[in-house]
Design a protein around this ligand. Structure first.
Ligand code: ZN
Length: 433
C-alpha cells in the first residue's frame, strides 16, 4: 500500500491525499488554497488555468499521480480547502466523485459556477457505503463546522485506510449526530490519515453547544439598550446560523441573511432538509442595499447576519464599514463576530482595517464568540486510543502542526518513521512489505 501526500502537508489548504493498492488509486479530497490567489492583485480565480493555479500553489500539484488508474475521488466534507479544486482538475481523472448529499450538492454548484469547466465526472451522493470493484468506501458519522462531515474509510484486502478529514469530537452537536465511536472502535485501520490543525493546542475543543451559550449570553441580556445588531460568521457554518436564527426569535427580532455565499450554503441546507427554519435571504448587491435602507429606519427590529467575517473586500460587512450601504452604524450598534480570524496575514490585515473603520464610527465590537471545528491535542489523544491504528500520517497543517501530532503519537507509544510518518507535499509513504 502506498500513500501519496499530494497537498495539505505544508499548509492549511489544498488538501489532497491518494492511496494506491494493487495499482488502484483512490483520492481523498481535492481542495484549494485561496490565499495563493488573493496575494496577487486583480486576479480572478475563474479566469485562471489549472496550470497557472498549480504554479501559484493554489491547487495541489498532482504530477506524482500521472498515469495512475484512479478509481474514485472521495470527499470528507464541503469546505473549499477540501473540494475547491474539483472544477479545476477532477476532469483529468475518469472516475466518479463520491460524498454525502450536502457535499455533492456544493460540488455540483461549484462546477456550474465555473464557466469553462470540463468536469463531467459522475457525482454520487452516499450516506453510508458504496462498493467500487473489490473495495468498499464507508462514510462514518463525524462532527466539524459544516453539515454532513464524515470520517471516510477505504476497506481493501490489504486492510482499512481511515481518512479522518477535518473533525472535532462534539458530544453535543446542534445539527446532526455525535461521532460514531462504536463504529470507530471496530475499524482497526492499517493507516489513519488525520487532521492536525489544532494538534499543538494542549486542550480539548469545546462543543458547539458552548457557542450557543456564548451567543445567547450576549444577545439575550437586556441590561443595556441595544439597537442595531449585525452578526457575521463563516457562510458554511450552518449550525451557527441556526443558533443565530433561533436566538433572533427569542429576541423578537427579524433575522435576515445578507450575501451570496451565506444564501448559497443555507439555501442548500434548507433544500436538503438539514435545517427546517426558513429565513429571508438576500443575495444581490442592489437588493441588499434596498433591504439595508429599510433596516436603517428600524434597526432594533432586525438581527442582521452577514458575510465578511474575515474582512473580505467587497463583502457586505466591509461595505457597511466603508459606508457604502444605506445602513448607518453608530455607538448604539453592535457588530458581533461569531468567528475567529483565520490566522493568515491577509485576513489579519483585512480584519484590522474592518475593525478600525467600525471603531471610528464608535460601533461596539464583540469578537471571538466562537468555538473551533477542529479537535485539539486531548481530543486527538482520545481519538487515537479509540481508533488504535497501526500507522499514522498527520495531514492538514503546517510542519509544526504535523510535528505536534507526531509528538502526541510518541507519547502514545508510536515511533516516527516506524509507524508515524511526516511528509511534505508530493511525497509518499510505503506501508507493509
Ligand atoms: Zn473543514
Amino acid at each position: 500500500m502506498k500513500i501519496y501526500t499530494v497537498g495539505g502537508y505544508e499548509e492549511i489548504g489544498k488538501n489532497m491525499t491518494a492511496v494506491e493498492i494493487d495499482n488502484d488509486v483512490f483520492i481523498f479530497d481535492m481542495g484549494i488554497k485561496l490565499d495563493r490567489v488573493m496575494i496577487h492583485e486583480d486576479t480572478n480565480l475563474q479566469d485562471m488555468s489549472p496550470q497557472r493555479l498549480k504554479k501559484l500553489g493554489a491547487i495541489p500539484d498532482d504530477s506524482i499521480l500521472t498515469g495512475k488508474k484512479v478509481r474514485a475521488i472521495i470527499l470528507s466534507h464541503g469546505h473549499l480547502d477540501h473540494i475547491g479544486a474539483i472544477p479545476k482538475m477532477a476532469y483529468n481523472y475518469k472516475c466518479p466523485i463520491i460524498g454525502t448529499k450536502y457535499t455533492i450538492s456544493l460540488v455540483s454548484s461549484l462546477i456550474n459556477e465555473e464557466p469553462f469547466s470540463e468536469c463531467s465526472n459522475q457525482l454520487i451522493a452516499v450516506n453510508k457505503k458504496i462498493e467500487i470493484g473489490n473495495y468498499e468506501i464507508e462514510f462514518i458519522n463525524s462532527t466539524h463546522s459544516i453539515p454532513e462531515t464524515k470520517f471516510t474509510a477505504l476497506h481493501s484486502k490489504e486492510g482499512t485506510v481511515l481518512y479522518t478529514g477535518d473533525f472535532k469530537l462534539d458530544m453535543h452537536p446542534t445539527i446532526g449526530e455525535r461521532p460514531d465511536f462504536e463504529r470507530l472502535k471496530k475499524l482497526n485501520p492499517k493507516v489513519m490519515i488525520t487532521d492536525s490543525t489544532r494538534a499543538p493546542e494542549e486542550t480539548k475543543t469545546p462543543s458547539e453547544k458552548i457557542a450557543v451559550i456564548m451567543l445567547q449570553d450576549f444577545l439575550l441580556d437586556n441590561y443595556d439598550e441595544k439597537k442595531g445588531i449585525v452578526t457575521t460568521t463563516f457562510a458554511s457554518h450552518i449550525a451557527r446560523i441556526k443558533t443565530l436564527l433561533e436566538t433572533a426569535d427569542r429576541m423578537e427580532r427579524i433575522p435576515i441573511l445578507l450575501g451570496r455565499s451565506l444564501c448559497k450554503y443555507y439555501g442548500t441546507a434548507l433544500k436538503l432538509d438539514i435545517v427546517k427554519k426558513g429565513v429571508k435571504m438576500v443575495k444581490r448587491r442592489s437588493s441588499i442595499d434596498k433591504k439595508l435602507k429599510e433596516i436603517n429606519k428600524k434597526k432594533e427590529k432586525y438581527l442582521v447576519i452577514t458575510t465578511g467575517s474575515q474582512g473580505e473586500k467587497g463583502a457586505v460587512l466591509s461595505r457597511m464599514a466603508n459606508k457604502e450601504t444605506p445602513l448607518r452604524l453608530d455607538k448604539k450598534d453592535t457588530v458581533l463576530f461569531s468567528t475567529s480570524t483565520i490566522p493568515h496575514p491577509i485576513n489579519i490585515a483585512n480584519r484590522y482595517k474592518l475593525e478600525t473603520k467600525l471603531k471610528m464610527q464608535k460601533v461596539r465590537i464583540i469578537k471571538n464568540v466562537h468555538v473551533s471545528g477542529h479537535a485539539s491535542k486531548e481530543d486527538l489523544r482520545e481519538f487515537l486510543r479509540i481508533v488504535n491504528p497501526e500507522n499514522i500520517i498527520p495531514t492538514h497543517g503546517e510542519y509544526t502542526m504535523l510535528a505536534s501530532w507526531a509528538e502526541l503519537g510518541e507519547e502514545e507509544g508510536y515511533a516516527i518513521e516506524k509507524n508515524i510518518f511526516i511528509r511534505r507535499n508530493g511525497q509518499k509513504v510505503l506501508i507493509g512489505d
